[in-house]
Design a protein around this ligand. Sequence first.
Ligand code: NDP
Ligand code: 2IT
Length: 449
Amino acid sequence: MTDIMQIVKDRDPQENEFHQAVHEVTESIKPVMDANPEYRQQKILQRLVEPERVIIFRVPWMDDQGEVHVNRGFRVEMNSAIGPYKGGLRFHPSVNLSIMKFLAFEQVFKNALTTLPMGGGKGGSDFDPKGKSDTEVMRFCQGFMSELYRHIGPDTDVPAGDIGVGAREIGYLFGMYKKLTNEFTGVLTGKSLNWGGSLIRPEATGYGSVYFAAEMLQTRSQTLEGKTCLVSGSGNVAQYTTEKLIELGAKVVTLSDSSGSIFDDEGIDARKLEWIKQLKNVRRGRIQEYTDQYASAVYTPFDPNLDHNPLWDHNADCAFPSATQNEINATDAQNLINNGVYVVCEGANMPTTPKGVDVFLQNNLLYGPGKAANAGGVSVSGLEMSQNSMRLTWTRKEVDERLQIIMRRIHSTCLEASEQYGVGGNYVHGANIAGFVKVVESMLDQGLV
Ligand code: NDP
Ligand code: 2IT
């Protein structure tokens, strides 16, 4: 198995996030590889780690002052064995090929777990939407789509949102795609309701993550009611995670953004959450402002010199990392455990470092890895694609029920796969094994392509 890591590292030595994502999967699937000699003979791992196609392109755009900027656009089309490439677009200054490839790789297995016919892809740009006017964001999105449109399509590759790409950006991207192709199709998901979006898609990742946590708790005959929860981030996933937790009677005491975190001992209730949605989605302000509004809260700026994140250092039962990758290191993981946390449910993609994951697994936590726990978002994207194809819309209740069924099935699939391979209760191995087997069997069915 070290062979494959050597190959990946030799070929792309600088892609640390991609190495991290590949390493985790290859560790989990060792027993599957041993049980299936054909997988080795068919060089299935070498095929899985090499994207089917990578598109990198220049995006020149002009700001409101007339100054020209040049960003880099990406789309990694990782694997289409079980359906068209599917996965979000991330606009964030940290975006590079390593981050795109790690996200696309994770997406392949996540999408396989959803039970829906979607391959895996990811894209984005190092463009930073923060501080940009709506017209600047529109011009950037139009420039980005003026190249991407020729590579995507409703049966080829269907992007959606991720960090920095929400309803506003999807609107501008869709408008440009439609103008260039003269076609109104379901080429993007996360669309607004008026023009082909699905109810519950905005909520789906956060709600799905909470449904997954509830399933994990049920294995110990417990519910979320009365549980104290730490949530990180304050964007799409964090907001709807918080909303569903409040609805189920849990108490959320933290949120954050890239500048710092707030701790509200009295809990973030529905009214406070509405205020946060206005702050983040409409005014696009900073989470620090929460403490001006609510005296019960304390703000802690992020300190790059600290070896841990204070957000994870509060007494609680559950943690929902919902901001970004590698936001929980081994010290944070240990702090969580010392503070009584026994449920960790990853709304974000790969929010825990490998050493942090080891701490969770050694301590027998209910630990739901991102590719299972946050699959609700792409699941409802899949349902949006179905509705677009049928040219009809399902009710809120219908979509939410389907989401709950999907999350329940993902949970049981992970548990069953972990039990089958002698690592019962280990959702990391369970998710990786179940997603892997489905994709690999599909690849083998389709020959060497
Ligand atoms: P948003 O852009 O809506 O929100 C991201 C949040 O995370 C913001 O609060 C942002 O702070 C914070 N954040 C971003 N980068 C960093 C960083 N480097 N350090 C600290 N905080 C950071 O994105 P989403 O809520 O959509 O995505 C959050 C996570 O969930 C990501 O890992 C994403 O890949 C994952 N995910 C998203 C899905 C979706 O459907 N949207 C589906 C599945 C997973 P600030 O406001 O300062 O930028
Ligand atoms: O990481 C993810 O699963 C997403 N950003 C959502 C992808 C999608 O196609 O809805």
